[in-house]
Write a protein that binds this ligand. Structure first.
Ligand SMILES: [Zn+2]
Ligand SMILES: [Zn+2]
Length: 98
């Protein structure tokens, strides 16, 4: 499923720059056991592998604030696109992030 959050896959969702030597990875906004569910509903964004996804100080996997902000954005977007209430979202993803 294509991302419902990001149309332009040639730029990083966090820093908005193009690849520039650090390739863009698909990040599943709800990971772990919810990774497949994230994929199914298009709750993914493209991020610079090193700087913005896995290793950087402000990357989605290292920085709690960034991770939670992405979860909030994704939930709001999913509720809009799929017509879910907050409770509908909670039933699928286990909790609410807004
Ligand atoms: Zn980036
Ligand atoms: Zn990731």
């Amino acid at each position: 499923m294509d991302s419902i959050i990001q149309q332009d896959k040639s730029h990083c969702y966090i820093c908005e720059m193009s690849e520039c030597g650090d390739h863009l990875d698909k990040h599943h906004i709800f990971g772990g056991a919810l990774r497949d569910t994230s994929e199914k509903y298009g709750l993914t964004v493209y991020l610079h592998h090193n700087k913005c996804h896995i290793f950087g100080e402000y990357s989605a996997h290292q920085n709690y604030y960034i991770r939670v902000k992405l979860q909030e954005i994704a939930q709001i977007r999913a509720m809009e696109v799929y017509g879910w209430s907050e409770n509908d979202f909670r039933k699928i993803f286990g909790c609410s992030y807004i």
